[in-house]
Design a protein around this ligand. Structure first.
Ligand code: MN
Length: 333
């Protein structure tokens, strides 16, 4: 069985609202995302469930765990963001009810209103039957380690909702050096921004406060396993100094320990056996899940790759579906 766990979705209302909003702002990052969402065929692939199911059938993907496409509702003002998230979630939940064996979903929230975002987590994980939450990384330049966002973590832990921390374009304070060579998107900027966000969560002590919180990163962990040793060594060296760097927080454990207890990685766009092997070595096979990143990455290459990964049958089964069933509480329906 193959479950793909980072599969983008949109409603027509969301696309229209976002494209109008981006056009009116003339913001570098927003316009970049708008250009991607405006590519030929994109609207149908994001919004039309029959188009999606046909692609799943063609490549033997049993289930898509869908989530609202980046940049989601996080660019809007709190009222519009909150209202749009609720409408997107209602529409997605109705589609999942129509195809319960083929579709599951992560609910959108608007972190720019943390209280209402927490209420939407409760609604989504309860009545609507969602499998977790999607957050498209920073919210208007702010990161989730900021205590004002912690009601979101309270709700996520209470309702056992994993949070998929998905990339978006870098914030205004960070994007300029990426623009010149077209580096603000999936080629580099997405990973740079999202890995920074994940490291901020770890270094802020969020996981000492919320030991049960589970975060999911795509793209085989946004290159973070390469940094585990250096994060630990530099943290140890610097925290031991009389005057450690301003802002540095004393953690209960080493930075890399939190990745192994509070993070999961998915394979989106990283069809590379050596990388998978290193991710398994550093995280354990029980923390790696298959994803395609539909419609931005080809289902063909992703599914052909995952079928041939050189791991034990047991690990293969975990990575292709078992880990996702467990983490996202996907029930056979
Ligand atoms: Mn994606």
């Amino acid at each position: 069985m193959i479950i793909a766990t980072e599969e983008a979705f949109a409603t027509s209302e969301f696309l229209d609202t976002y494209l109008d909003f981006a056009a009116a702002r003339q913001n570098e990052g927003m316009l970049f995302a708008a250009s991607v969402l405006s590519r030929p065929g994109m609207r149908d692939r994001l919004t039309d469930i029959d188009v999606r199911l046909a692609e799943m059938d063609a490549h033997g993907t049993d289930m898509h765990l869908m989530s609202l496409t980046s940049p989601g509702v996080q660019v809007f003002d709190p009222d519009l963001g909150t209202a749009l998230a609720i409408r997107v979630n209602n529409e997605m939940a109705a589609l999942i009810r129509q195809h319960p064996n083929r579709l599951a979903g992560l609910a959108a929230i608007a972190p720019q209103d943390p209280r209402r975002a927490a209420a939407e987590i409760e609604r989504a994980m309860g009545d609507l039957g969602f499998n977790g939450i999607i957050i498209n990384s920073h919210t208007q330049g702010e990161f989730l380690d900021d205590r004002k966002f912690w009601p979101i973590f309270d709700a996520a832990v209470k309702h056992r909702a994993p949070i998929y921390l998905h990339p978006t374009f870098p914030p205004d304070t960070m994007i300029e050096p990426y623009v010149r060579y077209g580096l603000n998107g999936a080629i580099w900027g997405f990973g740079a921004e999202t890995s920074l966000h994940a490291v901020r969560l770890v270094m802020s002590g969020v996981f000492d406060r919320y030991p049960e919180l589970q975060i999911v990163l795509g793209h085989m962990g946004e290159a973070l396993p390469y940094w585990f040793l250096r994060l630990d060594l530099q943290y140890q060296k610097q925290i031991a100094r009389q005057q450690h760097p301003p802002g540095m927080v004393k953690l209960n454990r080493m930075p890399s320990d939190y990745f192994r207890s509070n993070f999961h990685f998915t394979t989106s766009g990283m069809y590379w056996n050596d990388l998978l092997e290193f991710a398994i070595k550093t995280m354990g096979a029980e923390r790696i899940m298959f994803s395609i990143d539909y419609p931005y990455e080809p289902s063909t290459r992703s599914t052909e790759w995952i079928k041939q990964i050189p791991v034990s049958p047991q690990d293969k089964d975990r990575i292709m579906s078992g880990n996702a069933i467990k983490l996202f509480q996907i029930r056979s329906r």
